[in-house]
Ligand binder design. Sequence first.
Ligand SMILES: [Zn+2]
Length: 237
Amino acid sequence: MKKISTYDSLKKFNYIYCTISVVLLSTILLFISNTLIAFSTTNELKGKTILIDPGHGGIDGGTSSGNLLEKNINLEASMILKSKLISHGAKVIMTRDKDVSLENLCNDNDYRHRRDLKARVTMINDNKIDIYLSIHVNAVSNAPYVKGPMVFYSNTNENSKSLAEYIQEPLNVAAGVNRNPNIADYFLLTNAKKTGVLVELGFITNINDKNLLQSKEYLSKLSDAIIDGLEKYFKNK
Ligand SMILES: [Zn+2]
């Protein structure tokens, strides 16, 4: 009788011990898998350095529609993008973070607009960066129906085309358009010796885009799309 009782309590002890072990092990495994998921989905931008170039500024308003100037949309969108990138663990360098043009940073004997662009190119080439993004707003005359974001790249950098494709796709989804990225021979793109793209956020000449580009929520949505594209680029690089 005594023997059976000891056997029973041993069995009970074993049962409790096993249950605790299983629960503990499951908890540990769940923690590890959650950590791995977190790393695989949100860690692509950690430690990366992204240079953001808000186009135009100061004396150079860029394109316009009424009182609405491209330079201000570019800066607002860029500041939103900057804070989102930082919260994803990236480092951010800005060519400008206020309403200024940059020609005074270049001493070349060149005209003002070219010196402004050269200063931006110098910042891209002289800083240790992974990617640069030049942020602009588009305009087209006599085609008010043309709308949506466009990503431009130069084929002087072998990775820029794939970056452009990764960024254009989520921007298409965000804006409800269907575009491919475009090759361009813009001064900034062809003279920058790093991987990067120029993003035109939308068309100031389209009434719908014009309204959307004045909304922080929409600029935030476009920033999320750009970040989505960057993450996919780094993941598949
Ligand atoms: Zn522009």
